[in-house]
Ligand binder design. Structure first.
Ligand SMILES: [Zn+2]
Length: 92
């Protein structure tokens, strides 16, 4: 097994350390070198200013706060209903 791989983008033969790992690939690395991957990622995010990643992160952040509040409220309600349940004669 070779320690180098050719980038399918710039066609330069580089050490495998210059490629991001990909277990699913037969060579164990991606077929595009890190440099080209980074260039592509930069180009892509420039071409897509409202990109999914950023929006997802913003959504998750906002959502996490809402989830936290909801979870706290749910826990409180649930706790109270459990306590109420304990006061009922549910063993009859
Ligand atoms: Zn390359």
């Amino acid at each position: 097994m070779s320690n180098s791989s050719r980038c399918s983008h710039c066609w330069v033969v580089k050490d495998k350390a210059e490629f991001y790992k990909r277990a699913a690939s037969t060579t164990g690395v991606q077929n595009t070198c890190k440099e080209c991957s980074n260039t592509y990622a930069r180009k892509w995010s420039k071409a897509n200013p409202g990109d999914r990643t950023r929006r997802a992160r913003e959504y998750n952040y906002a959502n996490r706060e809402a989830v936290r509040i909801y979870a706290a409220k749910y826990h409180k309600d649930n706790y109270n209903s459990q306590r109420r349940g304990q006061t009922n004669d549910d063993h009859q």
